[in-house]
Design a protein around this ligand. Structure first.
Ligand code: FRU
Length: 485
């Protein structure tokens, strides 16, 4: 039975029942975006991992399908990726191209002193509806690492080979193959660079044009880092920019000098990008697990637990001389907008008055703020609850404050205020805020900074408001769109 679904997002993906963590095997094939995920089909906490499965044609509405991969004699099915084998490099597809999943098998140690993780294959000839595990599994082992998981595979056209990036301890290993079955080590990356406060997980590697210029490409590496008691931030994702020749990743100077985070909220983890998005589309689409290992098993939902972020388009943009990874919600979401309010050049006081009668649960706010004045937008207000999205001009920062957002007591470190610095550009700060039943995602200045946080407000906390240090301050733009589906 499906109990209280109140916190289940209206336009975010969650399975109807039970536990979900990482997104897996995202691939586009024959008009469908596939999303697989770490799934425990009979429990509300992490347990024997399967791959759950959902498909979408527009990246917003998802249809949940049957479980794709179940544990077997090699162990549980941990995270991994999927590709279209267009040229039958595997020999699995004599008639027409199909899907291959490359994932980690996790075996608890019985005769062995510890758990073992190795990489395996499964393939599908019916658009992901049913899967056959490869009889030669596992295809890749590691002699020394216990933590050896989350393979992300892509076709590297310049060298005509498959490339796998896979987490190994506190670094990543790169392998190459011509058939997805036989793999050779190319290089390792990670020692002495980046954040090492936890085990490295769920890497990804892909090229992106800088500022949209196709002749100027950089490679982006994503690496998620597991929770560690020493860090209040819990599990989070870092990124590096650099060059890649098919064998070795060489980081930019900037990536060596400082740690760069994908998201400044607490709830965007283990995210990777879609494979095989058609060239004419050209987007690099990303989705993350909207939770944090610090408290993921304790969040106050009933009958289900775990949601994904919005699908986001990634880009590299030069911001104040630095090439940064920017994120924007996939454009398809705009088709779901139902306009509620559109205000221009009004004082903060007048705008607050316009907002006072609104009751909304799942919506988008689009605002332009004056960069030299602080202002607060409050969402999911009521029953003594409020979540503040604040801009502080003295510090040039945006934050989400969830200290009074609703249910916070399920973990000591859930409550808090999470901030990101923002560039002031032309004197305006542009923000898009996506509020859903249990989440807030804030995209600042075209996604140059992003904050993603879970919240658990009371069911009647559907008010919204606006406040500025000076109530006569002119706010340039405020628009609201209902996004309830
Ligand atoms: C990341 C992760 C992966 C692993 C999976 C297990 O959240 O720990 O490294 O494959 O979850 O569910």
């Amino acid at each position: 039975t499906i109990a209280n679904q109140n916190y289940r997002g209206s336009y975010h993906f969650s399975p109807k029942a039970n536990w979900m963590n990482d997104p897996n095997g995202m691939v586009y094939f024959k008009g469908e975006y596939h999303l697989f995920y770490q799934y425990h089909p009979s429990g509300l906490t992490w347990g024997p991992m399967h791959w759950g499965h959902a498909v979408s044609r527009d990246l917003v509405s998802w249809e949940e399908l049957d479980i794709a991969l179940i544990p077997d004699q090699h162990g549980m099915i941990f995270s991994g990726s999927a590709v279209v084998d267009w040229h039958n490099t595997t020999g699995f597809f004599e008639e027409e191209p199909g899907l291959v999943a490359i994932f980690t098998h996790h075996a608890e140690g019985q005769q062995r002193p510890h758990a073992v993780q190795y990489q395996s294959l499964a393939y599908s000839k019916d658009q992901g509806r049913t899967w056959i595990k490869y009889e030669g599994n596992p295809v890749l082992r590691h002699e020394t690492f216990v933590d050896f998981r989350d393979p992300k595979v892509f076709w590297h056209a310049p060298t005509s080979q498959w490339v796998m990036i896979v987490a190994c301890g506190q670094s990543v290993c790169l392998y190459h193959s011509t058939n997805l079955k036989d793999w050779s080590l190319s290089s390792e990356f990670g020692e002495g660079i980046g954040f090492h406060g936890g085990v490295w997980e769920c890497p990804d590697l892909f090229p992106l044009p800088v500022d949209g210029a196709e002749d100027q490409t950089k490679w982006v590496m994503l690496v998620s880092i597991g929770d560690h008691a020493d860090y209040p931030e819990g599990s989070r994702t870092q990124y590096f920019t650099g060059d890649f020749d098919g064998r070795q990743f060489v980081p930019d100077v900037l990536s060596c000098e400082k740690i760069r985070w994908l998201d400044y909220g607490r709830d965007n983890y283990a995210g990777v990008s879609w494979s095989d998005v058609p060239e004419e589309d050209g987007r690099r689409l990303f989705i993350g697990w909207m939770s944090n290992w610090k408290y993921a098993n304790m969040t106050p939902t009933e009958g289900w637990r775990g949601a994904m972020t919005l699908v986001r388009e990634l880009a590299l943009r030069t911001i104040e001389g630095e090439v940064k990874l920017a994120q924007q919600p996939a454009a398809e979401l705009s088709a779901y907008r139902k306009p509620v309010l559109s205000l221009r050049s009004m004082t903060a006081e007048e705008m607050a008055e316009q907002l006072s009668g609104l009751r909304l649960e799942s919506y988008e706010i689009e605002a332009e703020l004056n960069a030299s004045h602080s202002a607060d937008i409050k969402v999911r207000v009521g029953e003594g609850h409020e979540t503040i999205i604040g801009y502080r001009s003295v510090d040039s920062e945006i934050y989400i404050d969830r200290t009074r957002s609703g249910l916070i007591g399920f973990h000591d470190e859930f409550s808090g205020r999470h901030s990101a610095s923002v560039s002031r550009g032309d004197g305006r700060i542009e923000v898009r805020i996506f509020v859903d039943r249990s989440s807030v995602e804030v995209f600042v200045n075209g996604g140059e900074s992003v904050l993603t946080d879970l919240i658990y407000p009371g069911a009647a906390a559907t008010g919204l408001s606006l406040a500025a240090e000076d109530c006569q301050l002119m706010i340039p733009v405020l628009r609201i769109y209902d996004l309830s589906v």
